[in-house]
Design a protein around this ligand. Sequence first.
Ligand SMILES: Cc1cc2nc3c(=O)[nH]c(=O)nc-3n(C[C@H](O)[C@H](O)[C@H](O)COP(=O)(O)O)c2cc1C
Length: 320
Amino acid sequence: MSQQLKLGSLELSSPFILAPMESVSDCAYRRVCWDRGASLTWTEMIRARGLARNNKSTFDLIDTFDPEVLTGVQLMVANEKELAEALEKLEKPTPHFRNIRAIDLNFGCPSPEVIRIGAGPALLKRRGKLETIFKVLASWKKSTTLPIGAVGAKIRLGLNRLEQDRQVYLPIVELANEHLDYLVVHARHARQNSADKPTWSAIAEVKARAKIPIIANGDIVTREDWERVSRETGADGALIARGAIKSPWVFRGLRGEGSGLPASDAELDAAEAQYLSLADRYGSKLKFKEWHTEGFRRMRARLHGESEKGPALPVNEHMQ
Ligand SMILES: Cc1cc2nc3c(=O)[nH]c(=O)nc-3n(C[C@H](O)[C@H](O)[C@H](O)COP(=O)(O)O)c2cc1C
């Protein structure tokens, strides 16, 4: 099992990637995870429409300030025009954008607001539209002045059970082979929530048709999970979301270096102090700081074998 992974021209030190997560994946937390073994990180989902319309709060979510931490921007697009306009805005020479190393397109967000505008998983079955979108991204990659190493997409298995049964995800692989550098497969359809068991066998079906690296996503937390998913599907890498909320050490565990959990109060204190000081330095939004303050409190409770109960983490539609 290889411990390295190449996406486009990006050389990753391991196959374990921090997922894009709304309210979680700020620049400071990405560094915390990077220092504990993540080999690539993503911003939270950014609405292409917001960039196209010069929406300041959308721009502020792009925070690739740290040049050492390999980071991509994840975009949510409804059509190719929006994408082209958003990509053009990223060319602006600002410190927020200078270190963008990859672009990912989100075809998995289950939010009704996203599906209503025909974006996210609503596009999975629209082969022609997807191809046009992929072509815009691939052609921008060739001409951009940003240091982009890889472009790709994150898909679910369909908008609903019916689409999954019809395997709408399979034709996407052919398109991705032609235009993209990798494909992330979140092995659930968009009506499923995180408690539903992912269908890893669909990742194997994708992998069998793929000429590009396939990144598995869904319930991968431990070294054993990774060994199983890579054996059962042939996936080249894994995207880690909730496991990294629970413990940024998860990446070390996946690499086979320790338990994946903080070993002591001192380790936990250092990680929290690192997060808070970087969040201040980079001006992280309050929603991120609140999330992680509560997240570290829960990690501490778990370390001491106490109940995690306390204020709920801010509600996030992806967690439904
Ligand atoms: C708090 C939270 C926020 C999320 N935000 C995003 C997002 O912005 N973009 C995205 O593609 N997926 C998002 N997701 C979904 C995850 O990237 C991932 O696909 C899903 O949680 C399954 O992976 P896991 O089993 O490792 O948690 C989010 C998930 C969580 C828990």
